[in-house]
Design a binder for this molecule. Structure first.
Ligand code: NAD
Ligand code: TDX
Length: 361
């Protein structure tokens, strides 16, 4: 077995942040398996061009023979599984890809990992890890006074996305329980930071507000998410990989519950400060309340006591410092933004927002 790791989905938002952090902080090699869907972007990894410790493989996690060949060829000590269809709104209009990648893709990886792991010699067998990156959305939604999600909260996924991730979590659990595969699962809250595709709330609002476009807030804007800066999520994953107990799940959160309208106000005020524009005026004036997301979960909150007391992980950014760093990053990387706003991106914006903006509340 080698010191290298396989990362799936390493050209996406969290995966690419993870790969960059991994290469910067370890001596070990990464095999990055990514299908480069609309959400995957080689441009996130240009700083690794020519780096012999980063092997990029374009391919689908549902391709069993490709996945098996990567285990055989690279003999990794771990696989970290980020690849997924990740956007709730897309799962409502087109759930098929979510079941395919998130459920069948995870199953394909588990099968290949199991076959590889079973043949390893004893010492290596103990060292190998399958780390599955999942979400807090598997737990469903909280009322205003409910306690935050803990690792023992029953699963109650509400969107096709959440249900497909719940299915993948259950498969990972079963491969540990039935076959003894050394698995670890992390269930994390909403991430934000560099390289996030602008279909998600924070980058969408930053870019629309910068350009003086409407800021489409779903429903009453009072839905709550627990925000975590992406680099803190990546350090949590590295911590769980190195020290997590086998077969366990760890909740990861930012201890930063904010409602959506607060998030949008913060972005508007930061842009007014950093890029004042007389033609736009106060950006809060761009806020447009639109038709709600069907089945929209009201509140997510994470109790991260387990990872903090057992493994000593804590987030380093708070929401105020993280959002300022994020807005600044987008302002400094408009070339990256322009490259990813392809025809396919425009089609999605039209599909998702045309009806919503035509149905303002
Ligand atoms: P993303 O959509 O930005 O990236 C997903 C990546 O997976 C892309 O690079 C895409 O090309 C790749 N991919 C998709 N289908 C594939 C397939 N069949 N084969 C190979 N590669 C494929 O997603 P993200 O926001 O970076 O999320 C990464 C993981 O973290 C996901 O598993 C997601 O469920 C989980 N997660 C995300 C958040 C969040 O706030 N974004 C929070 C908690 C957990
Ligand atoms: O235009 C918008 N207007 C709006 O009001 C968008 C895109 C979102 N919203 C709201 C919906 C949610 O309440 O903002 C909140 C955040 O929305 P998203 O960025 O789409 O994230 P969410 O649905 O909470 O899911 C995210 O967190 C958990 C990720 O996309 C998932 O991959 C992760 O698992």
């Amino acid at each position: 077995m080698n010191d290298c790791v396989i990362v799936t989905g390493g050209a996406g938002f969290i995966g690419s942040n993870f790969v960059l952090q991994w290469v910067a902080n370890t001596e070990s090699e990464v095999v990055n398996l990514d299908a480069l869907t609309y959400a995957g972007n080689r441009g996130n990894l240009t700083s690794l061009d020519g780096n012999p410790r980063h092997n990029f493989v374009r391919g689908d996690i549902c391709d069993a023979s490709l996945v098996a060949s990567l285990f055989e060829r690279f003999q990794p000590r771990a696989i970290l599984h980020f690849a997924a269809e990740s956007h709730v709104d897309r799962s409502i209009t087109g759930p098929d890809a979510f079941v395919q990648t998130n459920v069948f893709g995870t199953f394909t990886l588990l099968q290949a990992a199991k076959q590889y792991w079973e043949k390893l010699p004893a010492g290596d067998k103990e060292r190998f890890r399958f780390l599955h990156v999942s979400t807090d959305e598997v737990y469903g939604t909280l009322g205003p006074d409910d306690p935050a999600f803990s690792e023992t909260t029953p699963y109650a996924p509400n969107s096709p996305y959440a249900a497909s991730k719940a299915g993948s979590d259950h498969l990972v659990r079963a491969y540990h329980h039935t076959y003894g595969l050394p698995t670890l699962t992390t269930n994390c809250s909403n991430n934000y930071g560099p390289f996030q595709f602008p279909e998600k709330l924070i980058p969408l609002m930053i870019l629309n507000a910068l350009e003086g476009k409407p800021l489409p807030v779903y429903g009453d804007g009072l839905n709550i998410r627990d925000w975590l800066f992406v680099e803190d999520h990546c350090t949590a994953i590295r911590t769980v990989l190195e020290r997590g107990r086998l077969g366990e799940t760890y909740n990861v959160g930012g201890n930063s519950e904010r409602n959506n309208i607060h998030v949008v106000h913060t972005i508007c005020d930061l842009l007014d400060e950093l890029r004042p524009d007389a033609a736009i005026g106060s950006r809060r004036g761009l806020i447009t309340y639109v038709k709600d997301r069907p089945g929209h979960d009201r509140r997510y909150a994470i109790n991260a006591d387990k990872i903090s007391t057992e493994l000593g992980w804590k987030p380093s950014e708070n929401f105020e410092s993280g959002i300022r760093a994020t807005v600044t990053w987008y302002l400094e990387h408009l070339d990256w933004v322009n490259e990813i706003r392809s025809g396919a991106y425009q089609q999605w914006i039209e599909l998702n927002y045309k009806e919503r903006l035509g149905a303002e509340r």
